[in-house]
Design a protein. Structure first.
Length: 255
C-alpha cells in the first residue's frame, strides 16, 4: 500500500527544494498564493517580481522552463475565459488596434491571467519537487483529518491500477475486432464501464479484508517522524516572506 508511484508531474532530484519536508513546502506555497491574490491588479511590477521569485525557486530546484510551460496547459480554460472579458464586459471602452475593449474587462482579464498563472506555476514547482505520497504525508502532519488523507492515499494508490485495467480491457476489445464508430457501439462501452466498476469494487473489498486481517483499525501506520527543523521552516519561509514584502509594498505604493 505504501509503495511509491512515479508521477508525470514529479521530477526526481536531490536539491534543497526537494529535501524540504512536504509540510513546509505546502505552507510556503499557500502563503505565496495568498500574497499574490492580495496584490492590487494595477501594480504590474509586483507580478513581475513574483515571477522572478518563482524562476529563482525553479532554478534552485532544477525544474526546466519547458517542463513548467508544458504543464501550464491546465490553465487554458482560465485563459479562454479571461480573453473574452474585454469584449463582453460593460463600462468605459478603450480602443486597442482599432478594437473597442472594456477597460474594466481588460483589467479583470489581466488580474485572472497574472494571478492564475503565478499560482499554477507555484503548484507545478511544488508537484515537481514533491512526490504525491509525500504531499499527503505533509497534509497529515499539518493535522488534516486522517480520514481525508486516507481516502486520498487510496485514490492515489489505485488510480494507476484502475487505469491499467482500462487499458487491458481496451486491448481485449481491440483484439476481438471491436472499434467504436457510432452510437450503436455505446452499449459495448457501457458494459465495459460496468465491468470495470464491478472489478474495482471487488478489488477494493479484497484489499480492505486483507488490511483488516493485518490489524487495520481505521488508522494508517506512521512511517518515521517527519518533523521539520527550524532551519527547514526558515528556508521554506523565504519565498512567502519575499512575496509578503512585495504585496505590502504594492499597497503602500498604490495610488
Amino acid at each position: 500500500m505504501g509503495a511509491g508511484h512515479a508521477h508525470s508531474l514529479y521530477l526526481a532530484g536531490g536539491t534543497l527544494v526537494h529535501r524540504l519536508p512536504p509540510q513546509c513546502k505546502l505552507v510556503a506555497v499557500v502563503a505565496f498564493v495568498l500574497a499574490v491574490v492580495a496584490t492590487p491588479r494595477e501594480e504590474m511590477w509586483a507580478f513581475g517580481l513574483y515571477a522572478v521569485l518563482l524562476a529563482a525557486v525553479a532554478g534552485v530546484a532544477r525544474v526546466p522552463p519547458g517542463f513548467v510551460l508544458r504543464r501550464m496547459v491546465v490553465e487554458v480554460p482560465f485563459v479562454a475565459f479571461a480573453l473574452l472579458l474585454p469584449f463582453v464586459a460593460r463600462g468605459p471602452r478603450v480602443e486597442v488596434l482599432g478594437v473597442a475593449l472594456s477597460e474594466s474587462g481588460a483589467w479583470s482579464a489581466w488580474n485572472i491571467l497574472a494571478k492564475a498563472s503565478l499560482g499554477a506555476v507555484a503548484m507545478i514547482i511544488l508537484a515537481a519537487t514533491t512526490e504525491p505520497r509525500a504531499l499527503l504525508l505533509g497534509l497529515e502532519r499539518l493535522r488534516m483529518p486522517a480520514l481525508l488523507t486516507q481516502i486520498a492515499t487510496f485514490m492515489l494508490r489505485y488510480l494507476d491500477v484502475i487505469m491499467g485495467e482500462m487499458r487491458r480491457m481496451r486491448v481485449a476489445r481491440a483484439s476481438r475486432g471491436f472499434e467504436a464508430r457510432d452510437v450503436r457501439d455505446l452499449a459495448v462501452l457501457g458494459r465495459s464501464i460496468g465491468a470495470l466498476f464491478l472489478r474495482s469494487y471487488e478489488r477494493g473489498e479484497r484489499v480492505y479484508l486483507a488490511m483488516v486481517s493485518r490489524g487495520y483499525d481505521g488508522r494508517m501506520p506512521v512511517i518515521g517522524d517527519g518533523a521539520a527543523t527550524a532551519r527547514q521552516w526558515t528556508a521554506a519561509a523565504l519565498l512567502p516572506a519575499a512575496a509578503a514584502v512585495i504585496a505590502a509594498a504594492s499597497w503602500i505604493l498604490a495610488p
